[in-house]
Design a protein around this ligand. Structure first.
Ligand code: AMP
Ligand code: MG
Length: 467
């Protein structure tokens, strides 16, 4: 079926230093694995065509390009990154009047591929599809998944030859902290100014200049990371190239949702220092904003005054994070507009969960239910906490908690099982997960199995980069 995409491209009109124009690299045998019809309708896309979404045909109106960026990876600056395996087809204005990027990921090598093959395999493509759509249903800002196509070509990874796939990713934009860093570090101030003006107009039109942009991005990132914390999400690679200006979650590589609560939980196999551990995410978000500040300061002649203003904004971010965290976790225990005096109540519960290794999702979902104490091993301690909690919350608590505590989150073990089935040609588990995670706060009884934490044998210790 012919596909019509109402492109309205803006990034492609910027100077050529921002990207390299190139089409996606064709594949052998495109087959549709997944198609998000609701999102297509939202984007004004009619029809579908595996040849377009696998990269074999460039659709009318597209202006395909790979974006240039840099970034701090695990704290070390890498001056040359960029879309190494992705091509931006272009942008559309969606039903709500919002500009959205349409990008193919896994679409072949680009000038920014370094040693990589430019490809992705089925596992990470379907994991990103399921997890990003679940994040959206959970109410967390995120890039979306429009399509997943099998390529018919093998992709070689540590595990050997694997089925190749291409994901169509939709984003408010793909501007990252690293997009600013690359021009700031090169001393290309005119380009940095063009980019800053573009980012303000596209994402934060109310922002007053570079300092206003910094403040807006800090606010968006503070909200984002508090939202992650509230659903037990660990991003896994909070490098500055994976930190968006829009405040959307991007790059579902070694990400995962926690089962047993643990502040120090890490999933990324290469994160040996725990830099991106669950409980470290707020600190890293601030660190990333300090890098954005460092880049934006290059725009000012009076550096001293700019440093002072930018520093004040970055220093205000822990307070913003804390406020967003308190609002989110307050709601998780049934409090609307939780106050600082409510914080010990929340922290005491988290301390109990940490001590007992309680399941993060299930323990919160059980609050106020008859079986709540069964989520803990130290039941006497929980009973004591529960009595105090009941004396603090009002009758509206159940209602508040119902919207703040998901019943199910995409746990690693059903995702791994889904990938195994998909590799064997069975997409039924994928379709089932997509149906279940569309309503994570109100789960049909047929999906009750997805509430179950992993058994000892099912625990997925790490997910992998180099996907
Ligand atoms: P990520 O860890 O996914 O954020 O990727 C970091 C950088 O490596 C980005 O510039 C990616 O485009 C690039 N990259 C990751 N995987 C590949 C691949 N298979 N081929 C080429 N480039 C890649
Ligand atoms: Mg990335």
């Amino acid at each position: 079926m012919t596909v019509r995409i109402p492109f309205d491209n803006s990034y492609a009109t910027l100077p050529e230093v921002f990207f390299t124009r190139l089409p996606p690299t064709p594949v052998s045998a495109p087959v549709t694995l997944a198609w998000n019809a609701a999102l297509a309708a939202e984007l004004g896309i009619s029809g579908t065509d595996p040849n377009v979404f696998a990269g074999n045909t460039v659709p009318d109106g597209a202006a395909p390009l790979a974006q240039l960026y840099a970034g701090h990876q695990f704290g070390n600056y890498n001056p040359q990154l960029g879309d190494g395996r992705a091509v931006l087809l272009g942008e559309v204005i969606d039903n709500n009047g919002l500009r959205r990027d349409i990008q193919l990921k896994g679409s072949g090598p680009t000038p920014y591929s370094r040693m990589g093959d430019g490809r992705a395999w089925l596992g990470p493509v379907l994991r990103e599809y399921v997890v990003s759509e679940a994040m959206h249903a959970l109410g967390v800002p995120t890039t979306r998944a429009l399509a997943a196509m099998a390529t018919g070509d093998p992709v070689y990874r540590e595990q050997g030859g694997l089925p190749g796939a291409v994901l169509t990713r939709i984003a408010a934009s793909h501007l990252r902290v690293g997009t600013f860093q690359v021009f700031a570090h090169r001393g290309h101030i005119d380009e940095l100014r063009t980019l800053t003006d573009y980012a303000i107009a596209r994402h934060h039109p109310q922002a007053d200049g570079p300092i206003g942009l910094l403040a807006a991005v800090c606010a968006a990132q503070a909200e984002l990371v508090a939202a992650w914390m509230s659903v037990g999400f660990i991003h896994g690679v909070m490098n500055t190239d994976n930190c968006t200006i829009s405040g959307e979650t991007i790059d579902y590589g070694p990400c995962a949702f926690m089962d047993a609560y643990d502040e120090a939980r890490v999933f990324s196999s290469i994160d040996q220092m725990g830099r991106y551990a669950y409980g470290n995410q707020p600190r890293i978000a601030v660190w990333n904003m300090a890098q954005l500040a460092t880049a934006l300061i290059q725009l000012f002649d009076d550096k001293e005054a700019a440093v002072e203003q930018a520093t004040a904004i970055v220093h205000a971010m822990p307070g913003q994070l804390q406020a967003a965290w308190l609002r989110r976790f307050g709601a998780k225990v049934g409090l609307e507009d939780a106050k600082a005096t409510d914080q010990p109540l929340i922290e005491d519960l988290l301390a109990l969960m940490q001590k007992d290794g309680a399941d993060f999702t299930n323990a919160f979902a059980a609050l106020g239910q008859p079986g709540a104490r069964d989520q803990f091993t130290d039941r006497a301690a929980f009973d004591e906490w529960e009595a105090l909690w009941q004396s603090r919350v009002g009758h509206e608590a159940t209602q508040i908690m119902a919207h703040a505590n998901p019943q199910i989150i995409p746990r690693n073990h059903p995702i791994e099982a889904m990938i195994e089935a998909a590799v064997a040609g069975d997409m039924e588990p994928f379709d089932r997960l997509m149906k279940a995670f569309a309503q994570p706060y109100d789960v049909a009884p047929e999906y009750d199995d997805l509430r179950r934490p992993p058994t000892a044998q099912e625990i997925v210790p790490a997910t992998f980069c180099g996907t």
